[in-house]
Design a protein around this ligand. Structure first.
Ligand code: AGP
Length: 608
């Protein structure tokens, strides 16, 4: 979603702002802008659409100065037009603000400011902050911002500059991530570390309630009562290469092909083959606590929710603990049964999804212990959970999640193994499962070698208007995920169903125009799935079957076959999801979609 960048130092801020905004493009946005102190005035350039349009505006009317802020906006209040793009200026032009989040009492604040004579020039909630800071300004920008924050309700990551208190950027965080980048004689502000990684690896993550005053060679973090808040300097430990395309046509393709390595990284140092268990240092759960878990709730959104469904089945199968999977957006408004013996597992690639974060806070408030399975190091969920397992999949830039999904399932498998071995799983079964996990990276390489077969299938179906994805047992969530991948990036309508449910409704859709993707490896429910394939074939549907063996029972039923290796039933969705990702990718590319930045989507959904 929206991105914030700030620069203060000896050099021209504009190239840093534009580069930072470009690095955050993957997050999804529909307009962009910068504000720079030019020695004469605070000047703003903004444009609707992509950053290239902002660059064109800067060529037409150049800006230069050593203090600046920039923003990519994903529209909430008002359409994605130039007038609604950030930064927003105060009425007298002395204050510029960029803001992520939502000001919930903006209507009341706007009315009060209008009564004082302020005229509004945009439809945004953010503009109230600019006027409010102007109204409250009395010589110190941080004091004016703090006083404005006292009146604001809602969520924000914000950055403010002023021509009346010039050599600083004031930032504040509540519910929307922000970090300070500490450079040599220059300081950065960003909502995403990738925006500043090219210039510094030293970062200070702000917490909710923090206000930061950033100057050229120093910064301070205080709270709303101006009390100092000591914050540590962390080091970003991934390379610039991780956020660059490295020769691939799209980030999504690169991330699909990275999966042998990312899965290996998720398991590195954690899988203990001889004991058939896993070592997970960060979970902060004692032997007794693991034994005393009565029930588990896994909460997440989107793709992370799909991985949770697989986790549910693995934990129930091996650790024999009841598990419920909840959409985070629903969980937070229910009256869930949570006790001190409930473990709430929180799945999130970004660690910033607003609903997931709120669900975790709600589970904590009700007394559950929380365990975050998160990819982004230092993200809010990772910092607020009681214990965690990092995915170590590296930055995921493609909006459609791929490598994070397979790493999530692997992380859930590791946790299941640990939990199950503490309870009733035998060493022998534990070892078998651990060995199957260890074999996955090599097996994914084998699946990736079939990319050209999948590309050819994509060519056949690139004009389809609908798709059905069917699977049973552990592969039902894989069917949901395959359908989500396709609709996200190709805009083809796709549904995932448990294969046997098809005859309770979706079967009405089957005709010669309907491609049906079956996930039918040779597992415990294989024969059942074959019957469902027959039902589709009998109605002239087109079948694309992902399977793991030459099966006589499939003869004559398969229009297009994709072969994957065999593994434990529980891990099959990991192998099956790779061809599903590739199928969605190639279809989307052939349809001319913007694969890495699909329309309307954002990488991390930081609004409710
Ligand atoms: C995945 O392809 C999606 N873009 C989306 O469903 C995503 O998984 C969801 O928004 C949750 O994000 P998170 O894992 O960062 O919390």
């Amino acid at each position: 979603m929206c991105g914030i960048i700030g620069y203060i130092g000896p050099k021209d801020a504009v190239p840093y702002l534009i580069e930072g905004l470009r690095r955050m493009e993957y997050r999804g946005y529909d307009s962009a802008g910068v504000a720079v102190w030019t020695d004469d005035a605070l000047e703003v350039r903004r444009a609707a659409g992509k950053i290239a349009k902002l660059e064109a505006a800067l060529v037409a009317s150049p800006l230069s100065g050593t203090v600046g802020i920039g923003h990519t906006r994903w529209a909430t209040h008002g359409p994605p037009t130039e007038r609604n793009a950030h930064p927003h200026l105060s009425a007298d032009g002395t204050i510029a603000v960029v803001h992520n989040g939502i000001i919930e009492n903006s209507t009341a604040l706007k009315a009060a400011l209008q009564d004082l004579g302020y005229e509004f020039r945009s439809d945004t909630d953010t503009e109230v902050i600019a006027h409010l800071v102007q109204e409250l300004f009395d010589g110190s920008l941080e004091e004016a911002v703090i006083n404005a924050l006292r009146k604001i309700e809602g969520t924000y990551g914000l950055a403010v500059v002023s021509s009346k208190d010039r050599d600083k950027i004031v930032a504040a965080r509540k519910g929307s991530p922000l970090l300070i980048g500490v450079g040599e004689g220059e300081t950065f502000l960003a909502s995403d570390p990738s925006a500043i990684l090219a210039h510094t690896r030293q970062v200070v993550y702000l917490n909710d309630g923090d206000v930061a005053v950033i100057e050229r060679d120093k910064y301070k973090v205080i709270d709303i009562d101006a009390m100092p808040q000591p914050r540590t300097v962390d080091r970003i430990n991934w390379d610039l290469a991780a956020i660059e395309r490295g020769g691939y046509a799209h980030f999504m393709l690169k991330e699909i092909f990275e999966q042998p390595t990312t899965i290996e990284n998720t398991m590195r140092g954690r899988l203990i083959l001889e004991d058939g268990t896993a070592k997970l240092g960060g979970i902060n759960l004692s032997h007794e606590q693991l034994l005393n878990i009565d029930n588990i709730i896994i909460t997440a959104c989107g793709t992370s929710w799909h991985s949770a469904l697989i986790g549910e089945m693995m934990i129930e199968e091996l650790a024999r603990i009841p598990v419920e999977v909840e959409y985070a957006s629903e969980f937070r408004y229910k009256n869930p049964i949570v006790t001190e013996r409930t473990l709430c597992i929180v799945m999130s690639q970004s660690g910033e999804t607003a609903d997931t974060l709120a669900a975790m806070r709600e589970a904590k408030r009700r007394g559950a212990r929380t365990l975050g399975l998160v990819n982004v190091v230092g993200s809010t969920i990772a910092r607020e959970d009681d214990g965690g397992v990092y995915l170590h999949a590296g930055p995921e830039i493609g909006v459609a999640s791929t490598k994070a999904f397979t790493s999530q399932v692997v992380a859930l498998a590791l946790f299941t193994l640990k939990l199950a071995r503490k309870r009733e799983l035998s060493v022998a079964r534990g070892r078998e499962f651990a060995q199957a996990l260890a074999a996955l990276p090599g097996q994914i390489k084998t699946v990736l070698d079939t990319a050209s077969v999948i590309e050819a299938i994509a060519e056949e179906f690139k004009r389809a208007s609908n798709f059905l994805y069917l699977g049973r047992g552990f592969n039902f969530p894989a069917a949901l995920e395959g359908a989500l991948k396709l609709k996200e990036i190709s805009y083809i309508h796709a549904e995932g169903y448990p294969a046997a449910e098809m005859k309770h409704g979706p079967i009405a859709l089957i005709d010669e125009m309907m491609p049906v993707v079956f996930i039918a490896p040779h597992d415990a429910v294989f024969d059942k799935v074959v019957s469902n394939v027959q039902e589709v074939k009998a109605r002239n549907g087109k079948t694309i079957v992902i399977t793991s063996r030459d099966e006589p029972s499939l003869k004559g039923l398969v229009d297009y076959e994709i072969r994957i290796p065999e593994t434990a039933d529980m891990l099959m969705p990991i192998l099956a999801s790779v061809p599903l990702q590739l199928l969605a990718y190639y279809i989307a590319v052939k349809r001319g979609s913007n694969v890495d930045q699909p329309r309307n989507l954002a990488k991390s959904v930081t609004v409710e």
